[in-house]
Design a protein around this ligand. Structure first.
Ligand code: PLP
Length: 415
């Protein structure tokens, strides 16, 4: 560990929860330098929906590299980019009746969000963005301003402005006790609705602790945006690419956002790639107005294309995700009942699940006990009180069961 403690910045985080040196990986498994296997129910926070080093994607990548094809090209036209856009159009957008322009905003999810917020403000001429309690959208200043958690906000060093936070998934019309409704809240929060450019929302808050927005609420939110001429941005960085079942997490709600942010599993292989999908009439960027060196890493296009072709030609992956998700939901409900003295709240959609404990200390102990047993599960939520399960969508039933057994053993030992 010496070199990391001596040389790597104090900002490092996941390695503190899982203090092993990892070396190899395949499918649902990570191996440390001593060869010990860990079942990965963290998957790079949903960056590895098709598992580690997926053989079909790896083949395409190795062939591309072996043939000396272009690796770096800024945003020039390449065959790899053309094939990716063609696959995305033909396999994802057209079958869903969606019409978006695709912007490559930079390598990570925060770049997709930053571009979405800038464009929403530019297109509407308004400054304010409505965001929700529990939201996580990234670490660059614009994305951080619409991120809720104080630990991240405290790192900004400047005031984070032009964002109004309202309670997630609360009734929008104010009819719920304790919730004055979005109109009132916006005004009380210092912004009139006519100053609001956009609402940014995760359909399931990942870092916020697997908070699942009811589908009806999402469609009401889309209606509210339409009525007030506010743009709806869905941040599908963590919940997109099939994590909740369908390719986009908003499909189940029957809504069509104005702007969509994608990253994490869009390259399929854990390589950096992000997309901001834009309603065509909003694509008013001037050439080069939003720039960046890494706005299209060709090897990421290659693995992204292979992922779309292998997994999104039919509904096999989607159906499997929903079926395995039901298996996890049933197992977590049984686990919560099995320890009556310890309140636990299971929740989730597709293959994104959470088990909420009363406080973070307990969830932290469960995560550590799971790690000792060879299972990677992250904690999330405002107090890190939620055990978060994000297995690869390609995990086998046996691997799902094995992970659930390891988790149950960890919970029962700790509680
Ligand atoms: N948006 C959501 C919903 C996320 O979950 C994340 C990362 O976890 C981001 C944005 C930021 O993505 P990145 O870490 O790639 O910048």
């Amino acid at each position: 560990m010496g070199i990391f403690e001596d040389r790597e910045s104090a900002v490092r985080s996941y390695c503190r929860a899982w203090p092993k040196i990892f070396d190899r990986a395949a499918g649902s498994w990570l191996y440390d330098e001593d060869g010990r296997a860990y079942l990965d129910f963290f998957t790079g926070a949903s960056a590895l929906n098709y598992g580690h080093n997926n053989p079909a994607l790896k083949r395409a990548l190795l062939d591309y590299l072996a043939d000396d094809r272009v690796v770096h090209s800024l945003d020039m036209y390449t065959v790899a980019k053309s094939e990716f856009l063609t696959a995305f159009d033909g396999l994802i957008l057209q079958p869903r009746g969606l019409n978006y322009r695709v912007q490559f905003p930079g390598p990570g999810g925060t770049n997709a969000v930053e571009a979405a917020l800038k464009l929403a403000r530019k297109a509407t001429g308004r400054t304010e963005v409505i965001t929700f309690t529990g939201a996580f959208h990234g670490m660059t200043l614009g994305a951080l301003a619409v991120t809720s958690s104080s630990i991240y906000r405290n790192g900004a060093g400047v005031p984070l402005t032009h964002a109004v936070s309202v309670p997630f998934a609360c009734r929008l019309d104010g009819s719920e006790p304790g919730s004055p409704g979005i109109e009132r809240l916006v005004q009380d929060g210092g912004a009139a609705l006519d100053q609001v450019a956009a609402v940014i929302v995760e359909t399931v808050q990942g870092e916020g602790g697997i908070n699942v927005a009811p589908l009806g609420w999402l469609s009401e939110l889309a209606g509210l945006c339409r009525r007030h001429d506010i743009l709806l941005i869905v941040d599908d960085v963590q919940m997109g690419c099939g994590r909740t079942g369908p390719f986009f997490s908003f499909e189940a709600a029957g809504i069509t956002p104005d702007i969509v942010c994608l990253s994490k599993s869009i390259s399929g292989y854990g390589l950096p790639l992000a997309l901001t999908l834009i309603r065509p009439d909003l694509d008013i960027w001037k050439p080069g107005e939003h720039n960046g060196t890494f706005r299209g890493v060709n090897p990421a296009f290659v693995t992204g294309t292979a992922a779309l072709q292998v997994y999104w030609r039919d509904k096999v992956l989607e159906d499997g995700t929903l079926r395995k998700g039901q298996r996890i939901a049933a197992a977590l409900a049984a686990l919560a009942r099995s320890v009556p003295g310890t309140p636990m709240q299971p929740r989730g959609r597709g293959l994104a699940h959470g088990l909420a404990f009363e406080h973070g200390e307990l969830a932290g102990k469960v995560s550590s006990a799971a790690f000792e047993r060879g299972l990677l599960v992250e904690t999330a939520g405002p107090k890190d009180e939620v055990i978060k399960l994000l297995p690869p969508l390609t995990a086998t039933d046996a691997e799902i069961d094995q992970g659930l057994e390891l988790l149950a053993d960890a919970v029962q030992t700790v509680c």
